[in-house]
Design a protein around this ligand. Structure first.
Ligand code: ZN
Length: 276
């Protein structure tokens, strides 16, 4: 399904990455560095240093609500992780830049989520590739309540890319919440680094990690795995079989590299970059 709605919306922002409104708000009591980093005064001290960025890994972000290009505010160390994530995603797919990364929420003082308060969370709604070319393409979409009604190869393909993208996120973040998490995640994948910080996560059998493994085994690797969020013998066996198939062996919890290998291969499998 073609979606060219962003095509006429390219030049709407001309900012330099600094959120002017925020600078004005904080100017009285906060310190603004030449780099654009804001050191907040008392009102915003709870969330630490927040900086505005026009995109991720040099690719512009788009606000889902307005469908327009928009800068968002992040904790710089979290933004750096997002850069690493998008580079990983891009290098394991076969698409052309520029990309557009769509989001419904990054930093918010008003959110009930501490991760969003601190600018350490991102609600990913979509990724477009080849923007500006003859054939821009939505290579990832998080709107589960829409795509679940697709059928045949369109459903299979969309779902494979959904879980492949989830794998790229699990590679870098401990907290990844997909549509399996609950009603709040039917239109975005939430990621944050409250647990994994600036490092990369281990497989710790979190419910969200287990759901992810089961969905990847079922939808990407054809294992017929039950998706119930329980770390049982079937999921353990099926994920082990995947690790064997990709030449890694062992189990997801064996080491950090086993978890990364599973996610990298699931990403490549889902995007047909590698057959295995
Ligand atoms: Zn969120």
């Amino acid at each position: 399904m073609a979606d060219n709605s962003y095509a006429s919306e390219e030049p709407t922002l001309s900012d330099d990455g600094v959120d002017r409104r925020r600078l004005l708000t904080l100017a009285a009591g906060g310190a603004v560095l030449a780099s654009g980093i804001v050191l907040p005064a008392s009102a915003a001290e709870a969330h630490g240093t927040i900086k505005s960025y026009p995109g991720i890994w040099g690719q512009r972000t788009v606000y889902q609500a307005t469908r327009k290009l928009k800068s968002f505010r992040y904790r710089p160390s979290f933004h750096s992780k997002m850069n690493d994530w998008l580079e990983l995603w891009f290098k394991n797919t076969s698409y052309e830049k520029p990309l557009r990364v769509w989001t419904s929420l990054v930093h918010s003082d008003g959110s009930s989520s501490a991760a969003h308060n601190q600018g350490r969370a991102f609600d990913l709604t979509g990724i477009y590739v080849g923007v500006g070319s003859d054939s821009p393409y939505r290579a990832f979409r998080a709107d589960y309540n829409n795509w679940k009604n697709l059928s045949g190869s369109a459903l299979v393909d969309t779902r494979r890319k959904y879980w492949a993208t989830a794998a790229s996120l699990h590679y870098h973040f401990r907290w990844v919440r997909t549509y399996l998490h609950g009603s709040g995640q039917k239109s975005n994948i939430h990621i944050d680094n409250m647990k994994s910080g600036t490092g990369k996560p281990y497989f710790k059998a979190d419910k969200s990690q287990i759901q992810h493994v089961q969905a990847c085994c079922r939808y990407l690797w054809g294992k017929g795995t039950t998706i119930d969020g329980v770390w049982g013998s079937q999921a353990k066996r099926h994920s082990h079989e995947v690790l064997e198939r990709i030449g890694k062996g062992g189990y997801l919890g064996s080491s950090k590299s086993h978890w990364q290998a599973f996610n990298r291969a699931s990403m490549r499998k889902g995007y047909n970059t590698q057959a295995y």
